[in-house]
Design a binder for this molecule. Structure first.
Ligand code: PRX
Length: 649
């Protein structure tokens, strides 16, 4: 990575910009010197039912972690996303939905979306959902996924969106952990011409005895597929909403009432239910959406993330709708039916801002100019990248081929736990360097620390931490505050630990170097290696498994699994295939291993700890620099693994 190629702010990006560089520096300073004053002012960007007088009460002390913002104010998320816009934007499009198969788009205005949300909110109430109940949403990328989220927040229910690509097993785990009362799903989803049996998956998940908290399954009829029906439990979305009133008062919520839970993987154990609350999240999601994308009224904004991930929460649903934007939602794949699909959608709906993950960029880049064939993309003004480090080659391709060197790229670094963008360029303020997420957003105090927790000053490298709270920060892990404290506040005292490593250059720009824990990032999706390992060892022929990431041209990182079989089990290519299928079934297609290597033994310390550092090097074909292997219980294991790998490849 080079610090030398710099792309200065474009004159066009300076026109009507919210902030130029001087303004950025001034505002940033204010946000750090006087956070109370800064957030008291910017907290006004949403409408409060009862105004807040208290701005923040925060402790990062690991004996008592507590994060509160605007905490004596009351408001409602759905009200802010919808009702607030009815007077001047009622007839403006809120969502343009583009189907998988290039068929006709569905469009809803703010008024129509408001009505649909009210109807569905009443439908939820009719099924017994009350304030504080958890509703699991397991939906395809259809308008109704957003409707369901906003209907929950309208009545004070907590949504827990589960990515539609997760398996029944993974869905069951999330239902059990959150004690959800209702599941909202669809008969099927469609992706790249293939049907995804969502309702069947729900049925299977609910055969798990511990999912008994679920009282109702609400099914949106999407493809019209034949599905099994449980008369006492299942209800059709369309039948319910036809009966319910289009009026539903938005419930007054305290700023610190939970808004949603979103499960995400960590380095150990099962996925955690990261919890976000109402007021601070709304302020931060809307503010970042407006400033990072320099969003201007009337523009069409397209973030192609699934609502099952945090990016879909903050930049499909909440951020843009809070700002009264028109968004595009696409059910299908970025390269289906042809490689130029993204570009065609841009032209079809005059998209001004495109926000996608590097993995999609690399997949398109691999096809060369086919990604832009027969399209002009004249409407595009700005490009965004999120979810994983973007390699300069992909950055340059995105910049020159998709954006025709006209559009700045905002490379935004953030996490499920941070709620919204944290390190990011601002189009009118920040000179760009390909591969760098550049500088902090307002109110964000990033720092680098060494492994002892000592601050790194000036240019250097270290663990990326955040020194103080910001309004969009997650408040806890649902039902397990101790885990929240342990995971994020115990490694380095008094700081939020991100789990990422980073480098800071001479200009103070940050370059994310990747995770420093046992989390891997596959196609922009965060996977815990422990999760895949535990799925692996649940297979009756597997004795032990160790999972590491390895460099992958398209996915960023691929999944590499070392497997030790039970004694007496023969190795075979068929067994590899069936182990891959097994993980697919246990977690979902995104967790499918790319490479399985048989391992007669794993490199362990004398105390039994697997030395992943060595496994990572072998997976990446870096045999020379294995580091110190003298502490291994059996150093010869390493030579065996290298020999095996050479034979295998
Ligand atoms: O490692 C970082 C990487 O994705 C992780 C967060 O994953 P998740 O919670 O699923 O949220 C993804 C969408 C915000 C981070 O710890 N990551 C995210 N954005 C970037 C990134 N790495 C480098 N550059 C980015 N822009």
């Amino acid at each position: 990575m080079s610090d030398t190629s710099v792309y200065p702010v474009k004159p066009a990006a300076l026109e009507n910009t919210l902030v130029n560089n001087d303004q950025y520096l001034e505002m940033y300073q204010q946000s750090i010197i006087n956070p109370e004053g800064f957030w008291r002012e910017h907290g006004q960007r949403i409408e409060w039912f009862k105004p807040f007088s208290k701005v923040r009460k925060v402790s990062f002390d690991d004996h008592f972690v507590s994060i509160n913002w605007f905490y004596d104010g009351t408001t409602n998320a759905s009200y802010n996303c919808l009702d607030r816009h009815l007077e001047d934007k009622g007839d403006q499009l809120a969502i343009i939905w583009e189907p998988d198969d290039e068929g006709e788009a569905r469009k809803v205005t703010y008024r129509e979306l408001h009505e649909q949300v009210c109807r569905f909110a009443n439908a939820l109430k009719s099924q017994g959902v009350r304030k504080g109940d958890v509703v699991a949403i397991y939906m395809p990328m259809v308008i109704e996924a957003t409707v369901a989220m906003l209907a929950c927040s309208r009545i004070g229910a907590i949504h827990s969106v589960v990515f539609g690509g997760f398996s029944p097993e993974a869905l069951a785990g999330r239902i059990i952990d959150s004690k959800a009362k209702v599941v909202v799903t669809a008969d099927e989803g469609v992706r790249g011409g293939r049907k995804v049996s969502l309702k069947d998956n729900v049925d299977e998940a609910l055969t798990h005895p511990d999912t008994h908290t679920i009282e109702k399954v609400i099914v949106y009829k999407h493809t019209g597929a034949d599905i099994a029906w449980h008369r006492h439990r299942d209800v059709w979305w369309q039948e319910l909403t036809a009966l319910t009133s289009p009026h539903c008062e938005a419930r007054e919520m305290n700023a610190e009432d939970p808004l949603f839970i979103l499960y995400t993987s960590g380095s150990t154990g099962k996925p955690k239910g990261v919890m976000h609350t109402t007021g601070g999240y709304l302020v931060y999601a809307s503010m970042t959406h407006q400033y990072v994308f320099d969003y201007k009224p009337g523009e069409v904004f397209w973030c192609n993330a699934d609502v099952g991930w945090i990016t879909g929460h903050s930049y499909v649903t909440y951020g843009p709708l809070l700002n009264g934007a028109t968004i595009v939602m696409h059910e299908g794949l970025p390269n289906y039916p042809e490689t130029n699909r993204i570009s065609k959608i841009i032209d079809k709906h005059n998209v001004n801002i495109l926000y996608i993950a590097p993995t999609a960029i690399r997949a398109l880049m691999a096809e060369g100019d086919a990604a832009v064939q027969d399209t002009h993309r004249n409407s595009l003004r700005l490009l965004g990248s999120v979810g994983e480090p973007i390699n300069p080659e992909a950055w340059n391709w995105y910049y020159s081929t998709i954006g025709e060197e006209r559009c700045p790229i905002v490379d935004t670094w953030w996490q499920t736990e941070t709620g919204a963008a944290m390190l990011t360029p601002l189009p009118g303020a920040t000179d760009l360097k390909p591969g760098s997420a550049t500088r902090p957003f307002f109110g964000v105090q990033p720092a680098l620390v060494d492994n002892m927790g000592r601050l790194v000053h000036g240019p250097g490298e270290g663990n990326l931490v955040i020194l103080d709270s910001w309004p969009g920060q997650a408040r806890t892990v649902y039902g397990d505050h101790e885990r929240f404290v342990q995971t994020y506040f115990s490694s380095f005292k008094g700081m939020y630990t991100t789990g990422d490593g980073a480098r800071r250059d001479n200009d103070g720009y940050y370059w994310i170097t990747g995770r420093v824990d046992d989390v891997i990032n596959v196609s922009g999706h965060r996977m815990g290696t422990a999760e895949i390992e535990s799925a692996m060892v649940a297979h009756h022929q597997v004795a032990e498994a160790a999972v590491v990431g390895f460099p992958h041209n398209i996915k960023g990182q691929g999944i590499y699994v070392y497997v030790t079989l039970n004694s007496g089990t023969d190795t075979s290519e068929e067994l590899k295939t069936s182990l891959k299928d097994w993980v697919r079934k246990e977690i979902g297609p995104i967790a499918t291993p790319d490479i399985i290597q048989w391992a007669p033994g794993l490199p362990k310390t004398r105390s039994g700890k697997i030395m992943r550092r060595i496994l990572r090097k072998i997976a990446a074909d870096e045999y020379e620099n294995l580091g110190d292997t003298s502490t291994l219980a059996d150093p010869d294991v390493v030579n065996q693994l290298i020999a095996n790998k050479a034979v295998a490849s």
